[in-house]
Design a protein around this ligand. Structure first.
Ligand SMILES: C[S@@+](CC[C@H](N)C(=O)[O-])C[C@H]1O[C@@H](n2cnc3c(N)ncnc32)[C@H](O)[C@@H]1O
Length: 265
């Protein structure tokens, strides 16, 4: 089943997915939203430039400021520059059959660095449901479950917020985006109406029309000059769970990233 954006999976309340944030009172046309006057942008600054591209991109850093877009309670209107991921798929994409990775996605148009491409949308799962589904997969199945971990500091303490998204049964085109050890997309959690993040995929660099789109499933983007290494891959997992990677990159780590926490309950 197709969804534009994340929806609650079993045992998750619809309420958390409804409008919860208050809005700005900036006025259209052109919204007038900017990081000085707009209450949505004032906290963390402008995330996007006037061409709707992410500013301050550093896909290789594991620290990035949160992205909060204008939302349903704002008066600025749909043309506001602080609304990007909520507009869904942003360029012409085609799903195609790859030689060794199942289906994949390619862009039919050139994509500029920092541009939003599409969301990785699906059912948001509890940890228990994510583990149950992961454990039921056979080695031949595609694994679509993505665990996003956000490290935040609040009240002087460090917290990890984990969001499990599964587009296997219910999702959008993002479910067909394959892994690469030298990706051209990276994932940014973006919040719009509530605390449930949208998993936005953005271009790391300019991408030519016809290119396959991929992101690094580990959530860590290696610098282009990095040497191939398996260091970050947990070695004590059952080898049957580890799938060979066919990304073809010269810095390929040979196996797809594997999240053992989905198998340890
Ligand atoms: C999110 S799905 C991607 C879409 C999938 N290829 C399909 O046909 O629906 C993830 C699955 O795709 C396959 N896959 C993705 N990237 C791959 C890669 N670099 N090498 C081999 N298989 C890959 C694996 O089976 C993985 O579990």
């Amino acid at each position: 089943m197709y969804v534009r954006s994340n929806i609650p999976g079993p045992n998750l309340e619809q309420k958390s997915f409804e409008d919860q944030f208050s809005g700005c009172d900036c006025q259209p046309p052109g919204s007038g939203c900017n990081s000085t006057t707009c209450s949505c942008m004032r906290r963390f600054g402008a995330a996007y430039d006037e061409k709707h591209r992410l500013v301050d991109i550093d896909p290789y850093s594991d620290a990035m400021r949160p992205v909060y877009e204008c939302n349903g309670a704002c008066t600025c209107g749909n043309d506001c520059a602080n609304r990007v991921v909520q507009h869904e798929v942003a360029c012409d994409l085609a799903v195609f059959r790859t030689p060794s990775k199942g289906f994949g996605v390619r862009t039919l148009q050139a994509v500029l660095r920092g541009s939003f491409v599409c969301e990785y949308a699906g059912e948001v799962l509890t940890r228990e449901e994510a583990c149950r589904r992961a454990t039921n997969l056979t080695d031949a199945d595609c694994n679509y479950i993505l665990a996003l971990r956000e490290h935040v500091t609040a009240d002087g303490k460090d917290h990890v917020i984990t969001t499990y998204v599964d587009p296997m049964y219910i999702g959008n085109v993002g479910r067909f985006v394959n892994h690469s050890c030298s990706p051209n997309l990276f994932m940014v959690p973006v919040r719009v109406n509530n605390d449930v993040p949208h998993l936005g995929l953005f271009a790391i660099d300019d991408i030519a029309a016809g290119t396959e789109l991929c992101f690094d499933y580990s959530g860590v983007v290696q610098r282009p000059d990095a040497k191939a290494t398996n260091d970050h891959i947990t070695v004590h997992v059952a080898p049957t769970h580890r799938k060979p990677c066919h990304c073809g990159s010269t810095t390929c780590r040979q196996f797809l990233p594997f999240d053992e926490t989905l198998y340890d309950n």
